[in-house]
Design a protein around this ligand. Structure first.
Ligand code: GCO
Ligand code: MG
Length: 403
């Protein structure tokens, strides 16, 4: 058996913060897992260092399921983003180790390729509708078949999803949380115009996606869905906060626009009601925040019973290790829908050398044994952690709102 002899947490900031777990076995095999929780990085680092790593030493690295159950049930305190991100990091590293020892890429261990590649969607954004459309046209020319479109809202100084640097959106931009301002009425007016312009410029063969980022009430989301239906959106994401899963019933009663939810979910219990009642079409839970490949497979299996497909979160705060794991998962899972892809900066890519590739709107995890991604620890050590918070959001009268 490959016995775990050491594990360490590596915190690095090649332009943005990442937390990585590296596990070492007595035969010299190592595995890596992503443990990044944007804006709360050090909480997971401490969870791993203080409460998880001591329990891993001496265990058989092949016993992925048993270690998962040990960390989940054994903590007594179940679920939550910090715990589940910590467990995810261990789980990814163990799948990486198993693949390396087997001499197989992880997707082969998950059942093999169920498709030729993993269709991804990219992000087109701009401060105006025209800027967003010109970004979308650039992406279309690079082969993307699915594009998320976001634009600035006239009358609001900043808008979620719209960056200064078009290609690398990094919302965690402040040493303390920055504050943005929100107006539902102003937003609801501009989005249908954006979709109309996008259909006119891009035609009907490109999938168009949009992220509402938890800002509408259910009935407002129903209204927006109705307004966008003529433009056939691929999905509307996070239409309303999902703590109250039943709220999606109201949205469903008013629109046939497909709904995607789940990037902030961390367990199957967060999505159970949404899935069992077929209140959504795509589940966005992801490897790093939902307990690793072991738990995400369980969520996908439940979703498959209800014809709900995967649409995993893949913003830049999910490290290249998560991207690799997501691609192995996406290539092999039966009910794959789409995978989000926001390219990392060259600085980040240099710290995390990887085998995955992009071509013609699709990504592929590559054939390297394990996850096919590593961390260059010497380079990582040159990028010191820098505290960074996600913004908070207020209505124009100062009321705190969902960001
Ligand atoms: C997305 C997400 C991101 C999140 C970010 C928070 O759909 O990609 O909503 O933009 O805001 O990942 O850390
Ligand atoms: Mg989102």
């Amino acid at each position: 058996m490959p016995k775990i002899v050491a594990a360490r947490v590596i915190v690095t900031c090649p332009g943005r913060n990442f937390v990585t777990l590296k596990i070492e076995c007595d035969d010299g095999t190592t595995g890596v897992g992503d443990a990044t929780l944007n804006g709360r990085e050090m909480a997971v680092a401490s969870y791993l260092n203080d409460h998880v790593i001591p329990c891993l030493i001496g265990r058989d690295a092949h016993r992925i399921e048993d270690i998962w159950q040990y960390l989940y049930k054994g903590a007594y305190w179940r679920r939550g983003p910090v715990t589940m991100t910590g467990i995810a990091a261990v789980d990814m590293a163990l799948w990486d180790i198993k693949g390396k020892i087997a001499g197989l890429p992880v997707y082969q261990l998950l059942g093999g390729a169920a498709r030729e590649g993993v269709t991804v969607y990219c992000h087109a954004n701009g401060s105006s509708i025209d800027d967003t459309i010109s970004a979308a046209l650039e992406y279309r020319d690079k082969g993307y078949r699915a594009i998320r479109i976001q634009c600035g809202v006239p009358g609001l100084p900043t808008t979620y999803g719209v960056s200064k640097d078009r290609h690398h959106y990094e919302p965690a931009d402040g040493d303390l949380p920055s504050e943005s301002v929100w107006s539902t009425a102003k937003y609801m007016r501009v989005v249908p115009q954006l979709f109309a312009a996008a259909r006119e410029a891009l035609g009907w063969d490109i999938h168009l996606l949009h992220d509402i980022h938890h800002r509408l009430t259910p009935i407002e989301a129903g209204r927006l869905g109705k307004d966008l239906e003529p433009y056939r959106p691929f999905w509307l994401e996070d239409a309303t906060p999902a703590e109250n899963q039943d709220a999606f019933r109201l949205i469903r009663q008013h629109t046939t626009a497909p709904l995607a939810v789940g990037e902030i979910f961390n367990s199957i219990w967060d999505c159970k009601e949404l899935i069992e009642n077929q209140l959504i079409d795509y589940i966005r839970a992801t490897v790093v925040h939902a307990g690793g490949l072991t738990h995400l497979r369980r969520i996908a299996a439940l979703a498959d019973l209800y014809q709900i497909r995967t649409g995993c979160h893949g913003a830049t705060d999910l490290s290249p290790i998560t991207m690799a794991a997501a691609l192995h998962f996406g290539l092999s899972v039966p009910n794959f829908g789409i995978q989000e892809h926001m390219a990392h900066t060259a600085e980040t890519d240099a710290v995390f050398p990887h085998a995955y590739t992009y071509a013609d709107g699709m990504m592929h995890p590559g054939e390297a044994p394990g996850l096919g991604v590593d961390i260059d620890e010497d380079l990582a050590a040159t990028h010191e952690y820098k505290r960074a918070f996600l913004p908070v959001n207020r209505l124009e009268d100062g009321t705190l709102w969902s960001w």
